[in-house]
Write a protein that binds this ligand. Structure first.
Ligand code: HSE
Length: 416
């Protein structure tokens, strides 16, 4: 027999309102919203006025409410709500990727201490059920890697720039109007939202907990039409890709960077606000998840699925985290990158292990070569306005032999 869910909802924005409407049409779920906590009572809402309150304790201290659904924007306030709700014995569903990614350790301890469940399928790729799949289906050592387009807004902006119908600025504005972008869109544009999601995926993929800010990441802020033109010439599209890869030495490398995606990649046709995730596993080879990763209803769909799972007392067991051997994080790969820059910049060739191609143009120049990941983590020459760094379609330099040969040839040429 499934449990009756009496919900206290925090937030009535795009997702909260979407969820409320969907719940009205899903009586089979045995779930009803008892109270909605909002910040601005003066706003007109499409629900009965007595449903709303500005008093958080009306939900957090109501013993009849057994589930808190947290759908607010502010990550710090969300953490306070989630913690109190768990401590008060309530199950929690949240879509707040920033809050969850930044507090993974504390949230795990709180769940352990209280025995209350926290579910957050909506926090990574919204409607794509990637977290529960990684948690349950890929609960083994065969997971070789996860790579995906996990931010809808940047994918939307890049798609529209590639189509040529909108500039970066106008595409961002439209993403905001359509409800995909964060209220602080620099979280999207600078890859912070994507790296937050990657931190969550890392936990469910490999049991690894890390601060998202410690992972190598960047966004799409400095990508130009010239870069898009270069990609098109090579039959590629530029996508912002979050990636976690299990290395041969059992360590895991994870980062978020823009990349040239060629037509043979399953991510090539993931456009607009859609997300796509490829999962590589030892036996199943490659699998692909595709779906809407942003917006009110797609996010509400994942929240709904979590609510449905709560009826049967589902909770994440974090089995990979509690295994004896958790893989260590490594950031010592060599990456093949394309770096383009305007006339105001002079990119030092010494940052490259080796250079494969370089071109000097009147407006913009570029270099293609191999760079140590550590170099990118420690420096910010490549983050300056006027410089864009994009991974090539096959970014990992595997062959150590080749690497040392090329380095030697670079030394002989007097470059390093
Ligand atoms: N701003 C996010 C995105 C919303 O564009 O993907 C969904 O997490």
């Amino acid at each position: 027999m499934s449990k009756q869910l009496t919900i206290g909802l925090f937030g009535f924005g795009v997702v909260g309102e979407g969820l409320y409407k969907v719940l009205q049409q899903t009586p089979s779920l045995n779930a009803s919203v008892k109270k909605v906590v909002i910040r601005h009572p003066e706003k007109k809402r499409s629900a009965p006025p007595d449903l709303f309150t500005t008093d958080a304790s009306a939900v957090l201290n109501d013993p009849l409410i057994n589930v808190v659904v947290e759908l607010i924007d502010d990550a710090d306030a969300a953490f306070a709500i989630i913690s109190t709700a768990l401590l008060n014995g309530k199950a929690v569903v949240s879509a707040n990727k920033k809050c969850i990614a930044e507090h993974l350790d504390e949230l795990l301890s709180l769940q352990e201490r209280t025995g209350s469940a926290l579910l957050y399928e909506a926090a990574a790729c919204a409607s794509i059920p990637v977290i529960r799949n990684l948690e349950e289906y890929y609960d083994n050592d065969l997971l070789r890697g996860v790579a995906g387009i996990v931010n809808g807004s940047t994918n939307f902006i890049l798609s529209r720039m590639i189509e040529g119908d909108l500039s970066f600025k106008d595409a961002l504005l439209l993403a905001q109007q359509l409800g995909f972008a964060e209220s602080d869109p620099s979280l999207d544009v600078d890859g912070i939202d994507a790296v937050n999601k990657l931190a969550i995926l890392l936990l469910h993929s490999y049991g690894v907990i890390t601060r998202p800010g410690d992972l190598l990441h960047s966004g799409i802020r400095h990508i130009t039409r010239a870069d898009i033109g270069y990609a098109e010439e090579k039959g590629c599209r530029i996508k912002l890709v979050a990636r976690a890869v299990k290395l041969k030495n059992d360590r895991v490398n994870a980062f978020v960077l823009p990349q040239f995606i060629n037509q043979s990649s399953l991510l090539h046709n993931v456009n607009n606000e859609y997300n796509g995730v490829t999962i590589r596993s030892g036996l199943a080879d490659e699998q692909f998840f595709y779906g809407k990763g942003a917006g009110g209803f797609p996010t509400a769909s994942a929240v709904l699925s979590d609510l449905s799972a709560l009826r049967y007392n589902y909770r994440y067991e974090y089995r990979k985290k509690y295994r004896e051997q958790i893989p260590a994080l490594a950031a010592d790969a060599f990456l093949k990158v394309y770096v383009s820059f305007d006339q105001q910049h002079d990119i030092p060739e010494t940052v490259f292990e080796w250079i494969e191609e370089s071109h000097s143009g009147p407006g913009r120049s570029y270099i293609i070569g191999a760079i140590a990941q550590e170099n990118l983590l420690k420096s910010d020459w490549w983050r300056q306005p006027g410089v864009s760094l994009i991974l090539t379609a096959e970014p990992f330099v595997e062959d150590l032999e080749l690497r040392s040969v090329k380095r030697r040839s670079l030394q002989l040429a007097g470059v390093v």
